[in-house]
Design a binder for this molecule. Structure first.
Ligand SMILES: NC(=O)c1ccc[n+]([C@@H]2O[C@H](COP(=O)([O-])OP(=O)(O)OC[C@H]3O[C@@H](n4cnc5c(N)ncnc54)[C@H](OP(=O)(O)O)[C@@H]3O)[C@@H](O)[C@H]2O)c1
Length: 300
């Protein structure tokens, strides 16, 4: 069994981006710039956004954090996003979800310029991803693909069972793994809460991706010998031994599954750090797309 080290791979991606930014700024070009929009004061959202801003700083990207009260009206928020769309210095825009109930997340996502949609949630990005065209792949699925690539995990002809069909994880992962490219070319089974025989299906899987948000759901008796197991789940469970009062639990029961697996991601330290790396990579790609002329002029 080999533990997949998401921290290590994420650091490798960030080191590469740091070098690339140095090359850009060394040629007198500006650095890529990410704008994050945060509405209200949800604890989890605050933490996630702070981590993204910190990642930008470490890599050398510019960042802008736009904070708004939870009482902001939808039209005003859409206007603020439009201003970020129109700002030539901003390459990527993310709006931290969830949003207050009176604001439509669909309208907000649809307002983001697809050229700056580094979360990959815009219908245009999703459509291109489904069609196998170059686009922004949302950060968590992108991070999972990077892990499979880094560890040179064979995917062609394999049976992948994905548990969970959310728009941000399960569904895109299932589409990406079924594409005619590496990492892909899998035969994919997508399971959800109405799937009656998950245990049986999992036992046939060469690759299991668990993204359902139920701690310890996948147990050793559900996994065949040598399977690759990717645990996306991150559920906060109370833990008095931690300063924060909680610890993060994955959807896989690591202790019983690890001995049977060939590769497995831990929680924390597996997919989580890769999600952050995926966003940073998308921001860099957005910059490349938007600054094509300047890059050519600088001989890059
Ligand atoms: N590591 C990261 O960076 C990262 C990023 C995103 C999410 N996550 C974590 O990943 C997990 C999933 O997130 P999400 O946003 O995709 O969740 P979500 O939107 O709540 O979707 C959960 C999915 O799991 C399915 N499901 C729920 N219970 C099930 C069961 N007993 N058997 C089979 N399927 C079941 C649901 O089925 P139905 O569609 O039928 O309801 C749904 O499709 C969460 O723990 C989340 O915190 C981690």
């Amino acid at each position: 069994m080999q533990k997949i080290d998401g921290k290590l791979v994420s650091q490798a991606v960030r080191d590469e981006l740091t070098m690339l930014v140095k090359t850009l700024t060394g040629k007198g070009l500006r650095a890529p710039h990410l704008a994050a929009v945060l509405v209200g004061h949800d604890g989890g959202s605050e933490t996630y956004v702070a981590a993204k801003v910190k990642d930008c700083e470490e890599i050398g990207f510019g960042s802008t954090l736009k904070r708004f009260p939870s009482t902001i009206q939808e039209a005003e928020l859409l206007g603020e996003i439009q201003r970020l769309n129109d700002d030539p210095e901003i390459d990527g825009i993310i709006v931290q979800l969830p949003l207050p109930k009176h604001i439509s997340p669909e309208k907000v996502i649809n307002t983001i310029d697809p050229a700056k949609d580094v979360d990959g949630f815009h219908p245009q990005s999703v459509g291109k991803m489904v069609g196998g065209l170059p686009t922004f792949i949302s950060a968590t699925p992108y991070g999972i693909l990077m892990l499979l690539e880094y560890y040179k995990i064979e995917t062609k002809g394999k049976h992948a069972v994905v548990i969970g069909r959310s728009n941000i994880v399960g569904t895109p992962v299932s589409i990406l793994l079924s594409r005619n490219t590496y990492p892909g070319n899998c035969t994919v089974t997508l399971c959800h809460s109405a799937t009656p025989n998950i245990n049986e299906l999992c036992l046939q899987a060469d690759i299991v991706v668990a993204a359902l948000g139920k701690p310890g759901f996948v147990t050793g008796d559900m996994v065949k010998e040598g399977a690759v197991v990717i645990d996306v789940g991150t559920t906060r469970v109370s833990d008095a031994s931690k300063k924060s009062g909680f610890s993060l639990k994955g959807d896989v029961d690591f202790d019983s599954v690890a001995p049977k697996s060939s590769f497995i991601t831990p929680v924390p330290g597996g997919v989580g750090p890769m999600t952050r790396a995926g966003l940073m990579k998308n921001t860099y790609l957005a910059y490349l797309g938007r600054e094509e002329k300047a890059l050519k002029a600088a001989g890059l």
